[in-house]
Design a protein around this ligand. Structure first.
Ligand code: PAF
Length: 281
């Protein structure tokens, strides 16, 4: 595995691969890799002949007072894990390589409206930071396929929309969420939880399962079902940002009879903001 930090080195490798007729799968990450990330890499391996993984903690997607400075950075460990997975290139650029001017002066890529709902309502500049950096990384790597986790459901939705709207010739693949034995969705931010909180945090998934079961049994009053979810999480010691039932096709608020659905939760527990979701066919 080659570890590189500059766009020019990356472009040289990509051009050589292209001349040799190789195809490229890309997994963008912010590092601190866990088995969920490695699942994305495994999918990338079977999607193309070459795999590029990026590790870049993107300042543009963190708001003021958020965890940019404290976000776990474990490059050495991550690099070993990626090498073991047979990744061809680890692209781990410094901030100056991705942003050559101040963030407020940088050209932005924004998916309007969809960026403002759900997590966007609580993290106002987050998604413009995500779509901007992913668009930049796509321009640098020029992959045929890019793999993302379904845990960040709204992110995956926005990136799929961006690729469609900007006619980027990239296939976006979404991978099911990997969970701990107790159901907790794997996430780098679980590191902010104590062992006890990790047990408690599984209540997010239990709430999703209960709500999905109730929908499958015919419950269609989504407003009161969401209220049930919020109350349940509050009683278990969480501060929920939202518990929402949305249409799978456009993330609009679901009405009785809509299908398929996705239930999405964001809730704070201790120092962590946990997000999770469950699709209901
Ligand atoms: O999901 C993430 O880790 C990040 O939001 C991403 C897609 C790598 C963009 O910085």
């Amino acid at each position: 595995m080659k570890k590189i930090e500059t766009v020019s080195e990356l472009r040289n490798i990509i051009s050589a691969w292209r001349r040799a007729g190789e195809t490229i799968a890309f997994v963008p990450t912010m590092g601190n890799l866990h088995p969920g990330h490695l699942q994305l890499v495994k999918q990338a391996k079977v999607s193309a002949s070459r795999v590029v993984v990026s590790i870049f903690v993107n300042p543009m997607q963190f708001g003021e007072g958020e965890d940019f400075a404290n976000y776990p950075r474990t490059l050495e460990q991550d690099s070993e894990a990626l090498q073991a997975e047979g990744v061809d290139v680890l692209f781990a650029p410094p901030v100056s390589e991705i942003y050559n001017r101040e963030l407020t002066q940088t050209t932005r890529v924004e998916v309007p409206k969809l960026s403002d709902i759900l997590c966007g309502a609580f993290r106002p500049h987050h998604f413009v930071g995500v779509t901007t950096v992913v668009a930049k990384l796509f321009n640098m790597v020029q992959p045929d396929v890019a793999v993302f986790g379904k845990k960040d459901y709204q992110q995956l939705f926005l990136i799929t929309r961006m690729v469609e709207d900007l006619a980027m010739p990239i296939k976006i693949v979404g991978i099911e969420t990997m969970r701990e034995a107790n159901g907790l969705a794997m996430s780098s931010r679980n590191n902010y939880l104590s062992a006890e909180q990790k047990q408690q945090a599984a209540e997010v998934y239990r709430t999703l399962i209960t709500m999905a079961d109730r929908i499958r049994q015919g419950e269609q009053d989504f407003e009161s079902l969401s209220q049930f979810g919020i109350k349940n999480l509050q009683e278990k010691g969480f501060q929920p940002d939202y518990v929402e039932i949305r249409r799978g096709e456009d993330l609009g608020k679901a009405q009785s009879g809509d299908k398929p659905l996705v239930i999405l939760i964001a809730a704070r527990l201790g120092n962590a903001r946990l997000i999770d979701n469950l699709e209901v066919a």
